[in-house]
Design a protein around this ligand. Structure first.
Ligand code: HPA
Ligand code: ZN
Length: 333
């Protein structure tokens, strides 16, 4: 039932959808030599013990992206794939500083990505939102510069997020830039509790005033925090294959998703960096359904949570809800 389930994705880094085949072809187009002899050799490098191992390779891969056409092709390849998986709405992240810091302009990235998102909507009826993430290993001053650069593209960017190395970079480091972003009308999310402690989830909620937490796994270490997140119905964008690939969870059978659902947390299923972690939305849903023996109604609840937690407007949410409920009726007979 996963293939035809109408799905909403809320946590996907567009630079993390860069498949090795496309990376090699764009590297050739741009006259860039990759530090790997072949697609296979690159694949083999995708063995990570922690988040930082992945980030080092992820930033290296990004170097290939040079032109607006590169960002367009990257985004369109992702949209074509998820359209085939019946993803009906997606909210993608991009890392402007990962590009501007190596001399590729903010406009190059945002225009390439946005043009593909617009074409994806007209071609496939696949709606979307774009969220720009601040890199948390950089300082707040750099995040402020990014916010400034975004001004003339405000109409293309729904919100701000926070990603990259979590340890030793607590959310409160970005309190002022989140306050400024909020003032300017951006919605807010932040990665917290992937490798970081539950206290980072608390400060993301209380100080950054986020609408969603990206990951959030470590909340389970603090029952009072779980209670608060349940009371507020704070959405958590959980990424199962990412968690096992980055050793946040040792085995899918021990993934906390079912526990989180049972506790009443508003959890959703997402792919994070699908080209690096072994799968897009369907593969993530399959992985948890199999490993945790999730019922059809649990799968339906996860899909509905993602609709509720999305930044789509009320009409779109209601259309997606209708589409999901017709499908759930058809499979529960
Ligand atoms: N965590 C933190 N930063 C990231 C990730 C992630 O999983 N993917 C891309 N940037
Ligand atoms: Zn992420």
């Amino acid at each position: 039932m996963i293939e035809l389930l109408p799905k909403v994705e809320l946590h996907c880094h567009i630079e993390g959808t860069f498949e090795p085949e496309l990376m090699f072809s764009l590297a050739e187009r741009n006259g860039i030599e990759l530090p790997y002899p072949s697609v296979e050799a690159l694949h083999e490098a995708y063995q990570f013990k922690r988040l930082q191992d992945f980030l080092d390779i992820y930033y290296q891969g990004m170097n290939v992206l040079q032109t607006e056409a590169d960002f367009y092709d990257l985004t369109m390849a992702y949209l074509e794939r998820i359209h085939k998986q019946n993803v009906r709405h997606t909210e993608i992240f991009f890392d402007p500083q990962g590009h501007t810091d190596r001399g590729v302009g903010f406009a190059v990235a945002v225009n390439g990505i946005s043009n593909a998102l617009a074409d994806g909507e007209s071609k496939y009826g696949l709606s979307s939102k774009l969220i720009m993430c601040f890199l948390r290993h950089l300082d707040q001053e750099s995040a402020f510069q990014t916010l400034e650069q975004a001004k003339q593209f405000k109409h293309l960017i729904a919100g701000v997020g926070l990603d990259s190395s979590e340890r030793d970079h607590p959310p409160e480091k970005f309190a002022a830039v989140y306050a400024a972003a909020s003032e300017q009308g951006y919605l807010r999310v932040a990665h917290a509790g992937e490798e970081g402690p539950p206290a980072y989830i608390e400060t993301a909620v209380d100080t950054l005033k986020v609408h969603r937490i990206d990951h959030g796994n470590s909340c389970l270490e603090n029952p009072q925090l779980v209670q608060r997140l349940v009371e507020r119905q704070m959405p958590l964008t959980v990424c199962p294959l990412s968690n096992t690939r980055l050793c946040v969870v040792d085995d899918m059978k021990n993934h906390p998703l079912k526990t989180m659902l049972d506790k009443g947390l508003k959890v959703t299923v997402n792919s994070d960096d699908p080209a690096y972690f072994g799968g897009y939305m369907n593969e993530n849903y399959y992985a948890v359904k199999e490993a945790l023996s999730l019922s059809v109604s649990a799968i339906g609840a996860l899909a509905q949570n993602a609709i509720d937690a999305s930044f789509a407007d009320a009409d779109r949410k209601s259309a997606l809800t209708n589409e999901l409920s017709s499908y759930m009726q058809s499979v529960s007979g």
